[in-house]
Design a protein around this ligand. Structure first.
Ligand code: HEC
Length: 182
């Protein structure tokens, strides 16, 4: 099980009482984004192993939502053995049609350093939120890599990217906004 230092309501409440003028802001639902009393070390992932840390990060990072077929439909109730095997349904938009890669196969082909570099430098296509993941801490990225490696290779490669305006040969989800029929 992953654990983290407790950021309890109680400690929040105590700091609110201590700093009366800051208290209103800190206790209100629209509290400032970065309360001064939280040291950055209090919010790092702590887990007994890279495997557990990686597993946690995959879940909160939303990786399964796109890279594990059927994830949303199952309400996240899928065996780990099925995780991250890549999507066969395309994401079609102005960028063309992309497919969520099979990460179980990818980590067999790229080493850990390359994996980290990919997240730092890749200017990839939507809907993979590359821009959001650019700031992931390096040790978190390494933990994610090791977790996926431990799952082992499984499945087939996702279909290849299709250029804009070319018809994909697989089912796809369209990102073109539709106007309601009135
Ligand atoms: C909203 C959907 C979505 C989410 C969420 C998402 N991905 Fe992706 N991912 C994709 C798509 C689509 C591609 C292909 C993008 C491209 O062609 O640039 C991709 C590509 C990748 C690649 C590059 C694969 C290759 O062969 O080069 C990696 C690595 C990756 N994703 C890892 C992750 C990880 C780790 C997470 C969670 C922290 C994640 N993705 C979350 C949709 C997603």
């Amino acid at each position: 099980m992953f654990t983290r230092k407790p950021l309890t309501r109680r400690s929040n409440l105590l700091s609110c009482l201590a700093l009366f003028s800051a208290a209103l802001a800190a206790c209100s639902p629209v509290a400032s984004a970065r309360p001064a009393e939280l040291a950055s070390t209090e919010v790092r992932i702590q887990a007994p192993s890279a495997y557990e840390a990686g597993r946690y990060f995959i879940l909160v990072g939303g990786c399964n939502d796109c890279h594990t077929p059927g994830w949303a439909q199952s309400g996240g109730q899928m065996a780990e053995s099925e995780w991250l095997t890549g999507g066969k349904i395309g994401y079609r938009g102005p960028w063309g049609t992309t497919y969520a890669a099979n990460l179980r196969l990818l980590v067999q082909k790229v080493n850990e350093d390359k994996w980290v570099e990919m997240f730092r430098t890749r200017d990839g296509r939507p809907p993979m939120p590359w821009m959001n993941y650019r700031t992931i801490n390096q040790s978190d990225l390494r933990a994610v890599y090791r977790f996926i490696r431990e799952l082992g290779p499984k499945g087939e490669e996702a279909p290849k990217f299709v250029v804009p305006n070319q018809e994909p040969s697989t089912p796809y989800l369209s990102f073109e906004p539709l106007m309601p029929n009135k």
